[in-house]
Ligand binder design. Structure first.
Ligand code: 13P
Length: 257
């Protein structure tokens, strides 16, 4: 982290978990234990249907609400889809885009991710753009080529003045939901590489202000070490965000470092 230049953001990605009643119980529990963060911005990205209730339930403990996807068009015949503007109106601040599960199961491509980044920025929201290499790509020593391409493709056509709202999440595929975390050095190295890509595209001043998160089996135990890396500015947390105690412990780690 480097709080002098950029925000630390801890975001939970609930994926397809928790009903409304389960979310209510979670909110009640987290309310009493949530640290009053001086520096760290805290976000929970919940399933679409629960967004309006989440905005109301988490307001008091200063947790912003995010979505896990959106469509790139402004309206139209796209059965089952949701626009960025719709999300904004119900109180969403952040939208996860290009998560590897969406790339894998729903044919999300670098091209559609880029279109969604534009839609989210145009709606005044903050995209959390996920990038990451597979195990085969890491073993073939192509990690930085893959990541560079994903970052460049996602940001194609994004003007400098919108970059202060962009967040990048480095999520190595082999670390998602596997219990296997990237080492702090691996996470730090790739996040530093991502910042270098942004520096080449937008210059040093903008690059140093962009929040770059790590995601992939981040938990209360490993959060300190990962967040101690100068270019790791927070986390995108799956499993450990489903339990209030685990999630708040990570927020605590982000506030202490
Ligand atoms: P886990 O923390 O469960 O590995 O999930 C990470 C993730 O995919 C966050 O978007």
């Amino acid at each position: 982290m480097n709080r002098r230049y950029r925000k630390t953001i801890i975001a939970g990605n609930w994926k397809m978990n928790k009903t409304l009643s389960e979310m209510k119980a979670y909110a009640e529990e987290i309310h009493s234990i949530m640290p009053k963060g001086k520096w760290c911005e805290t976000v929970l990205c919940v399933p679409f249907v629960n967004i309006p209730s989440a905005v109301r339930l988490f307001k008091d403990c200063h947790i912003s609400v995010g979505a896990q996807n959106c469509h790139y068009e402004k309206s139209g015949a796209y059965t089952g889809e949701v626009t960025a503007e719709m999300l904004k109106e119900v109180g969403v601040k952040y939208v996860i885009l290009g998560h590897s599960e969406r790339r894998q199961y729903y044919n999300e491509t670098d091209f559609t991710v880029n279109k969604k980044v534009h839609a989210v920025l145009e709606a005044g929201l903050q995209p959390i753009i996920c990038v990451g290499e597979s195990l085969e790509q890491r073993e073939a020593a192509t990690t930085m080529e893959i990541i560079t391409y994903q970052v460049k493709a996602a940001l194609a056509g994004v003007p400098s003045d919108k970059m202060r709202r962009v967040i990048i999440a480095y999520e190595p595929l082999w670390a998602i939901g596997t219990g296997r975390t990237a080492t702090a050095e691996q996470a730090g190295e790739v996040c530093e590489g991502i910042r270098a890509v942004i520096r080449k595209l937008y210059g040093a001043r903008i690059a140093r202000a962009v929040t770059i998160q790590y995601g992939g089996s981040m938990n209360a135990k490993n959060a300190h070490e990962l967040l101690a890396q100068p270019d790791v500015d927070g986390g995108l947390i799956g499993g450990a965000a489903l339990k209030p105690a685990d999630f708040t412990a990570i927020v605590q780690a982000a506030n202490q470092e």
